[in-house]
Design a protein around this ligand. Structure first.
Ligand code: ATP
Ligand code: MG
Length: 335
């Protein structure tokens, strides 16, 4: 028997969504909305934690991300799409949770550690950035989510969320928060087009969902393959060969990809041929998404109206959770 889950996922509006989001999360969300109650949060407050001096970047990208969602097939009549900054309960829950998480615990979070190093904050590390895993716990629990589809960089956040749930429930006479589980996709960390660790808006190694035909062609042409595969007849290496990583992630015909791999390994299959197959499959995937996106982004009024409607629904629900938590802690709920 199928269980219905309550799902929360989200994205920081730090730029347009890219192929990493598509395979890491968006593709799943389109499926999950058929069977489950799904909420998607445009996490503008979290986006500001490392863009505090550039708020326009975040505000500009809110509707860009909204257009991306609609273009890939997220349906606002099945999925509630909402805006983090419009939901004060999330900030209030964050403030409450901050008191039960130690600084040492936040510092231990491997994703945060890695991002701090990558972003080169050094002594200019914003307090808000350090605390973003706590705010993410507030987001997940406010929606009563029990399932969180994410990329693997988010696993430490889910672990930390469950610790907060456990701690909070131990402070109240009856449990007030729900535990959650991460759901990883088949491709939980797509490398950047430069072969780097993770495709990420902040690293500038992305192919966005609105990438033009020429962008796609250029990105695939520039991809590194096996540097020792000098002649077509030479045996080639699959491991670390980004063209095959992408073929695995995107090509619908797994048998064909398996055959190509075997052929490449024994020699006789050229890099250009492999790239042609990859490029054709990415062009086919992105063409209809790009077209739909171009239509949606033209009507920003309609996008904003959809976001408002979803946020209203989310507001009611998240306020309820906040009130439950406050009552649990013995704080008066005055209004
Ligand atoms: P930023 O660089 O601003 O952090 P991002 O590209 O990492 O942006 P997020 O908005 O932080 O994107 O991530 C949203 C969701 O997409 C998360 O669940 C994350 O795990 C997933 N995701 C992001 N990049 C990838 C990727 N390259 N592969 C798989 N999943 C990804
Ligand atoms: Mg990120």
């Amino acid at each position: 028997m199928n269980t219905t889950h309550t799902i929360l996922t989200g994205d920081r509006p730090t730029g347009q969504l890219h192929l990493g989001h598509f395979v890491g999360s968006l593709r799943q969300r389109v499926q999950l909305q058929q069977e489950h109650q799904q909420f998607i949060l445009i996490a503008d407050l979290q986006g500001l934690t490392d863009n505090g001096s550039n708020p326009q970047k975040i505000s500009h990208n809110i509707l860009e991300v909204m257009a991306d969602y609609l273009a890939v097939g997220i349906d606002p009549s099945r999925t509630t799409i909402c805006l983090q900054s419009a939901l004060p309960a999330l900030a209030e829950l964050t403030a409450l949770y901050m008191n039960i998480v130690t600084v040492a615990r936040v510092e231990r979070n491997p994703t945060v550690k890695n991002e701090i190093a990558q972003k080169g904050f050094s002594r200019a590390l914003p307090v808000g950035f350090m605390a973003y895993p706590i705010s993410q716990a507030a987001d997940i629990t406010a929606f009563n989510a029990d399932l969180v589809p994410v990329g693997d960089d988010q696993l430490p956040m889910i672990e930390q969320t469950n610790e907060i749930v456990h701690k909070m429930n131990s402070l109240t006479s009856t449990p007030v928060l729900r535990h959650c589980k991460a759901q990883l996709s088949d491709v939980s960390r797509l490398p950047g087009i430069d072969g780097g660790a993770k495709m990420s808006k902040s690293l500038g190694n992305t192919l966005t969902l609105s990438a033009s035909e020429a962008d796609i062609h250029q990105a695939v042409s520039a991809m590194y393959t096996d540097p020792n595969h000098l002649r077509v007849t030479d045996p080639g290496q699959i491991e670390g060969n980004i063209v095959f990583t992408y073929l695995d992630a995107f090509h619908p015909d797994k048998t064909l990809v398996a055959e190509m791999k075997a052929h490449y390994q024994r020699g006789g299959l050229g890099d250009r041929q492999c790239k042609n197959v990859l490029e054709a499959c990415l062009q086919e995937l992105l063409a209809p998404i790009r077209e739909r996106r171009a239509t949606f982004i033209q009507d920003k009024g309609q996008l904003m109206a959809m976001l408002r409607e979803g946020s209203e629904r989310a507001h009611t629900l998240t306020q309820q959770t906040l009130h439950t938590v406050k009552r649990g802690l013995g704080l008066p709920v005055l209004f």
